[in-house]
Structure formats: C-alpha cells, structure tokens
Design a binder for this molecule. Structure first.
Ligand SMILES: CC(=O)SCCNC(=O)CCNC(=O)[C@H](O)C(C)(C)COP(=O)(O)OP(=O)(O)OC[C@H]1O[C@@H](n2cnc3c(N)ncnc32)[C@H](O)[C@@H]1OP(=O)(O)O
Ligand SMILES: O=C([O-])CC(=O)C(=O)O
Length: 375
C-alpha cells in the first residue's frame, strides 16, 4: 500500500525510529502500537487510545476509569487564560487561537522538568477543546461556557456539549469518538515531525505542541478538512460537483482532501469516516452533500487515481453534526495532541538533536561591496 518514495520533502527517507505507529505497512495500513485502526475505531474510546499512546499499553478497566477521572479533573481553564481568550477577536482563525491558548497555558503552568511530561500532556488533552470553544462561544455568542462539564465523561461529548449547549446524541458522541481516534496519530507527518524537532532541542512540551499546531494548520496537512468543506459546500448536485472538479483538474489546481504523501491507493481512515458520514447524512435527512462527496471520490479516482484521505469525508461528517467549518481543523488538534505528546516523550527518551544537512545551491564566492557602492 505504501508508495515508492523519493525526491524532495525528505520523501522516502527514514528520519528516526518509532514504536508508536505504522503507516502504509501491515494489515489495514495503519496501526497504533500494533493495533489495527479498524479495531481501535470500532472498539475503543478516545481516552483508551490516548492512554495507549502515552503509557504504552491499553488500560484495564480500573486504569481507564482513573484516567478518565484524571482528564475530567484537568479540564477547567485558569481564569487568566479565559481573560486572554476573551481578548482575541471573533474573526481570528481558531487554529491561531489554539496556538496562542496552548502557548499561554505554558506561561501559567510551565513544564519545568521533563518528569512532568505526562501531567503536561494530559493537561493539554483535557484543555484544548475548552481553549478553542471558550473563545468561540464567547466571541460569537457572548456565552462563557462551562469548561468542566463533569457530568459528560468523554472528551468527544465534552467538545460537542460546549459547542451546542446540550449533551449530544449517542450517535454524535460515537462519531466524534471515532473521529478523534482516527486523527490521533500518524507517524512522522509534518506536524509530528515539527514537534519532534522541537523536542530534540530539549525544549518544553508546550513549545512542541504549539509548533505542531502551526504545522497542522496548513491546507496541505490538517487544514484540508476545512478546505474540502469550502470546496464542496457550494455544489448543489453531484453533476455540478463533477463539472467543477473537472475544471479544477484542467486548471491543475490541488483538490483538497485527496492524495497522500505515503499511501498510494487508499487511506485506511477514509472507509471508516465515510461510513459514519453516510449514517449521519441519513440521520439528518441530507439530500445532496453526501452524494456530492461520493461523486467527488469517484471522479478523482477515475481521472487521476487520487483517493480520499482522512480529511475528505470528515468535512461532511462534521457538517452533519452542526460543527462550523472553521472548527474542523481544531478538532484535529484536540486529537493529534496525543500523538504529538507521545512522540515528544519518545524523542526525549532516546534523543539526539535533529539537525540534517542541506545541498547548497547558492553562489560559490560573493565579493563584498561597501553599502554606498551597492546598486
Ligand atoms: C490528514 C492529512 O494531513 S492528509 C493530507 C491532507 N492534504 C490534502 O488533502 C491536500 C491535497 N493533497 C495534496 O496536496 C498532496 O496529495 C499531499 C500534500 C497530501 C501529498 O503531496 P505529495 O506527496 O507531494 O503528492 P504526490 O507525490 O503523490 O503527488 C503526485 C502528483 O499528484 C498530484 N496531486 C497530489 N495530490 C493532488 C490533489 N489533491 N489534487 C490534485 N493533484 C494532486 C501532485 O501535484 C503530483 O503531480 P505532478 O507529478 O504533476 O507534480
Ligand atoms: O501522514 C501525513 O503525512 C499526513 C496525515 O495523514 C496525518 O498526519 O494524519
């Protein structure tokens, strides 16, 4: 399933070792610590997967209960952070809010010693949903949401409750839980590699995660779920979608939510989120968005042999749950923080500063010219 990889962008080069994840290799093509993604998305809770990534093994029931309670206990935001979030304008991008929120928390509760790394990771997992939604609800609706929601055990339910002011349906909680699992970890992708490079200088966890957020934001990476929604939203029928896509391909435009740096034929996460998008489409009585998405998938494969990556059907799934488009990539952050943190810990445990070389392509020798003599 993996491509033959070579060329720019460090493609095809191993940049280190990991025990966390395989991409494009065994079984379904994606495993977390040896567990197949299909199995995890079907059977696990996001908290179980976070525990697996951070502590190295699946928790037993008592460990999982204790871990869920720990995360609930870490959910509340400090008042100073809430005040800072209230200063950010409503037209800011939520990914910028998360970058600032993460960094700001690092000022209030710095990670002074790497021995605190699990505590810092768990604090970020517990607070990132509230960081984005406290700001979003305050700046858009003038509401100061409850960032604790102690009666809602799962992070999936906590996110949706803060967004919609009511506890979500069982279906929405289930889909959100699966989505958080699908996005949790993906080997040496750009944002994780950013976090690892930062960790390799012996920097703190907040800096590593803040850097990861910045890398995830771009539309060639996590930002593609938002960009895919913006692309398909105006299309009212599959035929309209097909015509517009063919035009984009003729213009040599990148089509967001398609293709992958490592997978060659399919992204194993797509089948899973696509199945949930279909179920949600039936649940809300959607009459075109799912059909438009399916047509895009067929056209891109027929024309270019390009397949949907994890982001494409996430767009319609999130829309069917009433999630505003600009909160799509922030959900990815709420999930991927587990992978970033686990990679930071792995890097620290066997560290050498990451410092590759470059092929120099500039002039051999440049003559000095005094400033007043320059053109
Ligand atoms: C969760 C995630 O982060 S998944 C990735 C999310 N990103 C996107 O969906 C953005 C759209 N996709 C892309 O831009 C790319 O497929 C990437 C960034 C994911 C991977 O990039 P690369 O590894 O460079 O892609 P790859 O080597 O397979 O490209 C091969 C060819 O297909 C083209 N191609 C790849 N993806 C697309 C696309 N989505 N739309 C149109 N053409 C594409 C490339 O331009 C390239 O054409 P060329 O040979 O004429 O230059
Ligand atoms: O692996 C990648 O390059 C991008 C990706 O799918 C992810 O980070 O989930």
């Amino acid at each position: 399933m993996a491509k033959v990889l070579s060329g720019a962008g460090l493609r095809g080069q191993s940049a280190g070792e990991t025990a966390l994840c395989t991409v494009g290799k065994a079984a379904s093509g994606l495993t977390y610590r040896g567990y197949d993604i299909d199995l995890l998305a079907d059977k696990a809770s996001f908290e179980e997967v976070a525990y697996l990534l951070l502590y190295g093994a699946l928790p037993n029931r008592a460990q999982l209960t204790a871990y869920q309670d720990k995360l609930i206990g870490l959910r509340s935001l400090p008042e100073t952070l809430k005040k800072a979030l209230e200063l950010i304008p409503a037209d800011a991008h939520p990914m910028d809010v998360m970058r600032t929120g993460c960094s700001f928390l690092g000022n209030l509760e710095p990670e002074l010693d790497a021995e605190e790394e699990h505590r810092t990771a768990n604090r970020l997992i517990a607070t990132l949903p509230a960081i984005v939604l406290y700001w979003y609800r305050f700046s858009h609706d003038g509401v100061r949401v409850d960032t604790l929601n102690a009666q809602v055990p799962s992070l999936a339910g906590h996110f949706l409750t803060m967004l919609h002011d009511k506890e979500p349906s069982a279906l929405h909680t289930q889909v959100m839980n699966a989505s958080l699992i699908l996005y949790a970890e993906h080997e040496f992708n750009a944002s994780t590699f950013t976090a690892r490079v930062c960790a390799s200088t012996l920097s703190d966890m907040y800096s590593c995660v803040t850097g990861g957020i910045g890398s995830l934001r771009g539309p060639l990476h996590g930002g593609a779920n938002e960009a895919a929604m913006e692309m398909i939203e105006p299309w009212q029928s599959p035929d309209e979608a097909e015509a517009a896509l063919l035009q984009k391909l003729a213009n040599k435009e990148k089509v967001m939510g398609f293709g992958h740096a490592i997978y060659s034929e399919r992204d194993p996460r797509n089948d899973i989120i696509k199945k949930w998008a279909k179920k949600l489409s039936e649940d809300v009585g959607d009459d075109h968005l799912y059909a438009v998405s399916e047509r895009c998938e067929a056209v891109m494969w027929r024309e270019k042999k390009l397949f949907c990556n994890a982001d494409f059907f996430h767009a319609s799934a999130y829309r069917f749950m009433g999630i505003p488009t600009k909160l799509f990539t922030p959900i990815f952050v709420c999930s991927r923080v587990t992978g970033w943190a686990a990679h930071v810990m792995e890097q620290r445990a066997n560290n050498r500063i990451i410092r590759p070389s470059a092929d120099y392509i500039g002039p051999d020798h440049s003559e000095w010219v005094d400033i007043d003599d320059r053109h």
